[in-house]
Ligand binder design. Sequence first.
Ligand code: MRU
Length: 359
Amino acid sequence: MTEQHLTVRWTGGIDGHLVLLDQNRLPGETAFLECRTVEDVWNAIKRLSVRGAPAIGVAAAYGVVVGVKEGRGVDEVCDYLATSRPTAVNLFWALERMRSVASRVVPDPGGLNERTQSRDGGPPGSLVDVLLNEARAIHDEDRQQCAAMALHGADLLADLPAGAGILTHCNTGALATGGDGTALAVIFELARRGKRLHVWVDETRPLLQGSRLTMWELQQRDVDAALICDSAAAQVMREGRVQAVITGADRIAANGDTANKIGTFSVATLARVFGIPFYVAAPTTTFDLSLTSGNDIPIEQRAAEEITNGFGAQTAPNNAAVYNPAFDVTPAELIAVIITDRGLVQPVSEANIRTMIGT
Ligand code: MRU
């Protein structure tokens, strides 16, 4: 079994529960979290046991099933899960989809697992049945979107010379999605086509998604890669070792401004300085066309201890003041192409985004 089957999984039928690969234990240990309450799911998202924009959306969709099985209302469960993390729009997109399917079901007074009537041609079955089917559909669609992005991205990068260097930031693979990944899926597809590449992996301070998770995934798939400190990216580019940069996204505004893991904006700026193309790979579920620009994207602030006491070592004096934004926003003008499951947005403009994604 490969890691993409382990990241988010529903075990059993309507009596089952959600199982998550605990990403906080990687790469040392492959351990699983059994989520039987909606608090379990909320904590798993908040603490980054499950992380990466699409994977958060898929986990939250199953989380709604968990909460409703506990006898709670769909709106209450969705409102609660929506408070877990603010930046990745996939979370809110998935919760809205779950709310919407539930609103088309009229629950039978006999109980949650009784047959229900459907309203407006909505799906038949018990409320839990309907929600579980919807969560599975969201998971499945994400898997397909990853596969489509991989193909579009690999076509785009097909002309890279053999041995080309590709730099990436954070983790955007099977651990971050319901499928094979976003940016990393493009790299996997290039490797599958026989392209010889060298991947430069930013360690991604402070939580080390690059070193703990991306290196782990690349090793599992035998892709040639080297880990660098985030602060080494400029020197590696200056030495001519990087021919393309590719990252994922957590939320893309209508004008193409893109929120992604803290440090992405620095990498994009460096890429511009060195004349290296900077690509973003993201599914349609990561676009938020209700926001005109990146200025409106909410940026998650995380605990000071992630910087001062990460991974069990004290690395700052007691009571050091800390500012710890978890994401930054890369302006659209620094992005050469956005690779989506529907094709390429190139050049990155509001008109091209609306044509590709909708209104
Ligand atoms: O805080 P995280 O680990 O959830 O942040 C994840 C990222 O920033 C990824 O780059 C992003 O979600 C795109 S992944 C498919």
